[in-house]
Every structure is written in C-alpha cells, then in structure tokens.
Design a protein around this ligand. Sequence first.
Ligand SMILES: Cc1ncc(COP(=O)(O)O)c(C=O)c1O
Length: 375
Amino acid sequence: MRVYLDNASTTPMHEEVIHKMTEIMRDIYGNPSSIHQHGRKAKSIIEQSRKTVAKIINASIGEVFFTSSATEAHNMILIKSVEDLGVQRIISSPTEHHCILHTLDHLHGCDTAMLSVDHEGTLDYTQLESLLKDSNKKTLVSIMHGNNEIGTMADVNRIGQLCHQYGARFHCDTVQTMGKYPIDVQQSKIHFLAGSAHKFHGPKGVGFVFISNENMLSPFIHGGAQERNMRAGTENLIGIAGLAVALEIANENMMAWREKVSTLRSEFKDGLDRFFDDIKYNGRQDDMFLHHVLSVSFPPGPKVDLLVMNLDIAGISASSGSACSAGIEEDSHVIQAIGHPPDRKTIRFSFSDMNTMEEIQYTIEKLKEMTKVKV
Ligand SMILES: Cc1ncc(COP(=O)(O)O)c(C=O)c1O
C-alpha cells in the first residue's frame, strides 16, 4: 500500500481537471494574444477562468491575474506595494511562509515589524492594533489565513477590520485555505491575496493574484501585454484552465470534503492518542485550525529520529517539521517560532478528500510497529 499524507505540500490532480487540461492541450493551441480564431478561442478560456476565480472570491474580473505560482504573486504584492503605493512599513509574523519572509528580507526602503505568536501560533491581535494605532507610516499587514506547517488559522475578518479602522492595507496568504474555506475579499476587507492551483487538486506551476482596484500595482514581469498588461509572457493556458476547473470543483464540494477530511483527521488523532504515550500536537486544536493538517510532536527517542524515513519505507509519505541548515537538521522556522522543544520530533500529516479510512488505519498500524510503545 502507498499512502499519501502530504497534501499541504501538494495534492494529486482531480480526474476532471486532467480531462479538461488534456482536451485543451490537444485542441486549443492558438496563442491567446493572436487575433485570429485560434487565438481568440485560447483567450476566451483564460477570460472564462478569470471570471470563475473572481466570482469565487467575490472580486471583479479586473482584479484577478494569473501567475506562475503563489510565490510569484506574493513577491509581486510585497515588492510592488512598496514601489508603487509607497508602503513604508510591513507588519507580518514569524510563522509566514518563506516566500513572504525571504521577500521581506530583500525589501529596501521599508520597515518590517513582526508580531508575536504564542505556543499555538496564534497572533497577538492586541499588538497588531497598537502597532497600527501608534504610527502614521503607510502600512501593509501581511498575514496568512492558515499555516501550512501547524494548521493554525488567523481571524481574517478581525485583521481586515483592524486594517480598515487604521487605514492599512491587508495582504493575506490564502494558499492553504483557497477552495477549502469560503474566501470573500469584500467581507474580509482583503486588498491582496494569492492562490496556488496545486494545493486544491490543480496543476503545479500556476497561481493567481488578487489586487483590489483601489490598490492596483504595476507589472512585476515586463514584456508583452498579456494578462491585461499586468504580467508579460505567453500565458500558461492549460494550467490556467486547470486551475479554474480545480477551484470550481473544490468550491462546489467544500463542505462535503471538509467533513470527510475532518473525520479522517479525527480518526488519525484518536489512533495516535490511543496507542502512543506522550504525543502532543502543534498548533491550535480548537475551532481555528486547518482540517487537513495535523502536526504531531513525538517524544524524543532513537526510533522517532528516523520516523519520516521509516514511514516512507513503509509506504507512507508525510513531511517532517524540520529543515536542513548547513548540514544540520533542525526544527523549521515555524516550529521554532512556537517554542517547540528541540528534543521532540515533529511530523506533519496532511490529508485530502482522496484519502481513505483504510489508509489512516494502515498508517497507525505502521507507526505502532515502528515505535512499539504502549500497545
Ligand atoms: C502557505 C503557503 N504560502 C505560499 C506557498 C507557495 O506556493 P507556490 O507553491 O504556488 O509557490 C505555499 C506552498 O507550499 C504555502 O503553503
């Protein structure tokens, strides 16, 4: 049996998405910038895809642009909001994805302020409010909706409201929540966000950026007039069409899939609690967590050190909560930011609607065999 429990990293593609992409790959080969019929057909697929995305996030079609990834979209938002909108300060958090944190490291002419997070990765909203209140600097708040490593979610409506109250712009990394939770840019007062197709059963290498009309940015990539003059380069037509179908399917099945994934996650968690001593979970476990992510903190021990590798050998793909820095394996920046004890070992299991209960039971059995504790 081969079990894939690394769905926060990327997801398998949905059959319908593969079907749609194959059809387009075969039949629609015109360049979307060409004015002849072949080109017009390709262009209309892109515009239809834009309409689909815009509708789902409650934006207008002129506010959605396709990119190569969410990473590109986030780079664009951060770099261009400093250059074009005169943003002087960015408030963010130490648990953001590297595509935010490393971009912040490379920004010039802009201060950054990092919010504190507690041991579950929850932001200090009081600190956010006082930072917003205490300065007249033009500010962008860059906070993720759901954390990819520990699953803790932020209260986006509260952040949007605070930004609105104090005249700041709100940039939200919605990569882990797009297609899994309702996202309404008007209701949550979001000015910028990004999504990535491969996180919701779409293809890799395609994403999108939402830029609100009143905060329009200039292009990040220069050349042709593609993407309504906002991103040069011949469009990834097949990928864009795949993204839109995948998002549509995810959106339509949101509640049913969430229920299924929550049941798998609970079953897995119950199995761990039943069979293992001293298991802990990283991130919030109340109502503010991603239902597809379970970050497990195992007690120290020689068997635990090689757990991800041994799981792989047993046919189970999961992700470690560590990163290799200068040849030394250490907890990732997120796991460190929540003060996780360095002697314990984190493994992230992440689920999708394509997983089955048999896979969950198989994984628990294999973990029992590997660690041989309290059976
Ligand atoms: C929270 C979060 N933000 C951003 C990204 C980057 O997305 P992409 O793979 O499209 O560059 C990821 C992907 O791992 C992510 O999980």
